[in-house]
Write a new protein. Structure first.
Length: 167
């Protein structure tokens, strides 16, 4: 059961007619304009649901965002969105795309003024790896793991803390 009871049908961007592929293109354009490098968007399944994984490098560090559609109250129900009829489960993927665009845009805007806004999304190979082969991000660590690995963080083989202090 949805822990917040805020189903996709009741949240922002539910009525969007924008294709998920257009949203992915917008995200790539935002990252390029931001100065990110090694951009990658992959699609797959996580917990039986569609998922997007967005990875990039910026200022010598690797970052990752992940998005999954919100849970639908009526996933099999069909409704009209613009000129198309779609199931609510399919529409939640369109909605996820718009949420992702606005999320990435807000974070990149914040990071232009304060680079530390991205700290929760930095990949930390020093802190461990997921079974699927991806390094954990700072946001995936609990407080004790975070404080234990903090001195080990590096950007371009330089301690991250020193890089942030000098910046």
């Amino acid at each position: 059961m949805n822990q917040t009871n805020r189903y996709a049908e009741k949240t922002n961007y539910w009525g969007t007619t924008v294709s998920p592929y257009k949203s992915q293109g917008e995200i790539m354009a935002l990252l390029e304009a931001f100065g990110a490098e090694s951009l990658m968007i992959t699609q797959g399944k996580a917990g039986g649901r569609q998922a997007w994984l967005i990875r990039f490098q910026w200022r010598g560090a690797a970052y990752r965002f992940a998005f999954t559609p919100l849970e639908c109250q009526y996933p099999s129900k069909e409704s009209r969105f613009g000129s198309e009829r779609r199931t609510h489960a399919r529409q939640s993927i369109h909605q996820m795309g718009r949420i992702a665009v606005h999320f990435v845009k807000a974070l990149l805007t914040a990071a232009e003024a304060q680079p530390a806004a991205l700290v929760g999304f930095v990949e930390l190979p020093e802190a461990g790896w997921h079974p699927g082969g991806l390094p954990v991000t700072a946001g995936e660590l609990d407080m004790s793991e975070l404080t234990h690995t903090l001195p080990q963080w590096t950007i371009s083989e330089q301690p991250m803390l020193a890089a942030q202090i000098e910046a």
